[in-house]
Ligand binder design. Sequence first.
Ligand code: 26V
Length: 764
Amino acid sequence: MDVKNRLQEITRAKYGLELSQCGDSQLYHALLQLTQELSTARPAPKGERKLYYFSAEFLIGKLLSNNLLALGVYNEVNSLLAQCGKSLSAIEDVEPEPSLGNGGLGRLAACFLDSIAALGLPGDGVGLNYHYGLFKQEFAHRRQYEQPNPWIEDEGWLIPTGEAFEVPFGFGPVKARLFDIAVPGANSGVANRLHLFDVEQPAPAPADGIDFDKTDLPARLTSFLYPDDSDESGRLLRVYQQYFMVSAGAQLILKELEERGFALDTISEHVAVQINDTHPSMVIPELVRLLTQRGLSMDAAVEQVSKTCAYTNHTILAEALEKWPLTFIEKVAPQLVPILKELDARAKAAHSDPRVAILQGEAGKEIVHMAHLDIHYGYSVNGVAALHTEILKNSELRHFYDIYPAKFNNKTNGVTLRRWLEVCNPRLAALLDECVGPEWRTDPTRLNKLMDFYNDSAVLDKLLDIKADNKHRASDLFARDQYGIRLDPDAVFDIQVKRLHEYKRQQMNALYVIQKYLEIKAGKLPARPVTVIFGAKAAPAYVMAKHIIHLILCLRRLIENDPQVRPWLHVAMVENYNVTWAERLIPACDISEQISLASKEASGTGNMKFMANGAVTLGTLDGANVEIAELVGPDNIYTFGAASNYVIELYDQKAKDSKKGYQSKVYYERPAVKPLVDFLLDPALTALGDEAALKALWTDLTTKDWFMALLDVEAYSAARDRAIADYGDRAAWARKMLVNTARSGYFSSDRTIAQYNEDIWHLS
Ligand code: 26V
C-alpha cells in the first residue's frame, strides 16, 4: 500500500481536508484508520499449536507509534508528517492510553504479545475490556484520590467482532461480547489478536470516585480492574470477573479448535494456555467442564487439560497468592464445584501431604488454593527471574517441587526494545545504528558490540548528550502536564517508578530524602544537585501505601518551600504514572532505583527498561537485578543490602518465635537511623500533612517494618551517595551507561518468548 496516498484518501474522505490542513486530532484518527487497515489485512500466523495467553491485565500503552513501527511504516509516516509541518508526538498526545493494567504483570503481558507477533508465532491474548481501568490517580491535599479512568472512544483500537459467548453464572447466563485489538508483529508480516470480553450493557462511570454498587451484575463486570476487595462483595466481584474471562475464553478456544478441524481429545496438541498468575486459574476446571460436557470422559478431559495449561507465578508475597472460599465459587459458578472437588480428590489421592491440597479446611468452609490447582493440573510452572524461580523451588513452592521437579522452569522476564528503546529513545536508537548496525533491532544481542566503543570519547560524549537532551525533554513535558512543576535537568535524575508497595520500599527512598534534607539544613551539601522522581499508584484500600504517598508529597512541599534546600534537592511525584510517563522518564534517568527487599520482587521489568536506556541501577540483589549485576559487572551497578537468603532466614526465625528474626526497633535505635524516622513526627513535616498518617507510618516503621526498610537504609544511603558522587566523573559515568545499554540485549522479550516457545509452548 502507498501510505501517503492512502492517508490522503482517508483525510479527504473523512474530513474533506488535505493532510496539511488537518489538526492533530484529525490526523490521529486518520492514522488510526490507516493502521487498523494495515493490521487487519495481515494474516494470522500459522502453527500446529496455538497459544492463548490468559491475563487479568494487559497494560498495552498507547498503540499508534508502536503499531506504525511494527507495520514498517513508522519512518515513512514520520517524515510525511514532518513535510506537512506536523509531529507524530503531538498527534500521539491525542491518543488516550488504554487502562487495562496495573503494573509489571500487565506490562509484561503487553511486551509478550508484541514479541509473540514479532516472532511470527500464533498466540492471542485473552482478557477483559475494563471501561474505567484501574483508576486515575489525582493528588489533592498531598494525598491520592481515585477517579474512573475512561479510555474507550467511538473510534479507537477496539474492533467489535460480533462474536459472543454465554457465560453461565449462578444467577443466570450473561453474554460475553468479544472485542479484539490487533497485534501486528514487527518484521513478521503477521498479526495476532488481543481478545477482550465485555458485557452487553456496561454500566456508566460512577459520578465521583470509584465507589459503585458491587452487586450490580452483570453491568459492573467490566467496569474496573481489581475493584476494591476489602469487603465481601468486592471479593465476589473479582471471582465473577475471573469466571467471565475464563469461561468466555475457554469457549473461544474450543470454537477455534473446531474451526481448525481438530477433535476435542487432541486439544493439547493444538492449544497451549498460559495462565498469567492465578487470576485466570479457573480456566482449568472450566475447560474440564466444557470437555466433559461435550463428551470426553473425566479421565480424558483431565489428561488433556493438564497437557494444555501452563502457569506463571509472578509473586512470592503470600497475601497476593489467591485463595477463594469454595462458597464463592458455589455462588459464582456452581457447576465448577463438583469439578473442583474431583480435581482435589484426585490430587489428594496421589499426594497425601495436606500442604499441597487444592481444597483446604473443614467441610463447608473449604478454601480453594488457586496456585495449587495450577501446579497439579498444569504441565509447566515457571518463575520470572533466576532468583525468583530458585526461591519458588526451595522455599515457597518447595513441597510442589518435591513432587513435580520436572514441571519447574525459569523464564527470566524481558521487555520489548521496540517500545522501550526504538520508540521512546530515538536518538539513542540512531546512535546504536551507527555503532553496532541496525541489526540490533532484530537481534538485540548485537548490542554487545557497543562494548567496542568503551574508550571512544566521541561515542561517550554522544551518550551524555542524548541523556541531557532526554532530561530536557522530560522536564518540558513535566512542566506542561504536571501543573507547571519544573525539574532541574542539570541535576542527577534519580527515579523510582513502579506500583506503591511496602516491599518495593519507596519509604526507604523517602528516608534518604529526609537524610539529605537534614544534612543540607546542617550545612553539609551533597556532591551535586539531585532530583528525586517518584511515580506510583497505591491500591485504593492499601492504607500504608497511601501514607507513604502522603509522606513523599509532604517532603516535596517541604523542600520546595525551603530556599536553602531547594537548589540541592528536589522531589517530584508524577500524578497518574502510566506507560506514557514511563516512556518519557525512563530515557531521562541517570539512577534507576530498584530497592525492593531481597527475595520479594519476583523480577522487575522497569529495571530492564532503565538499563537499556543507559541508566545505572542502584539496587538490591533481588529479582532480575541479580542477572543485571552479573551482566554488567560490579563497576556498572550499585548493589547494597541484605541478601535474599538472609532475609528468608529472618522471616523463618520470626515465624518460629516472634521475638526472634528481624526486630525493627534494634535498627531504629541506631544513631544514623533514628533521626530520619523521627523526622516523620517533626513539626516542620506534620505542619504540612496529616499528623495521624505520619504517626501511623512512624509506628509501623519503629515496631514492625515488615519489609525491613530500616535493616537496609544505612547501606542504601552509602551506596546512593557513592553513585551520586561518581556521577561527577562524566567520562567514567558515560562508560557505565554504555555497558548497561550494551548488556541489555539479554532482556529483550523476544529472547524470553523464544524460550517460552522452545521449552513450554512448542508452537512451531
Ligand atoms: C496482586 C494483587 C493483590 C491484591 C491487589 C491487587 C493485586 C493485583 C495484582 C497482583 C499480582 C501482582 C503480581 C505482579 O504484578 N507481579 C509482578 O510481575 C512482574 C512481571 O513478572 C514482575 O516483574 C514483578 O517483580 C512482580 O511484582
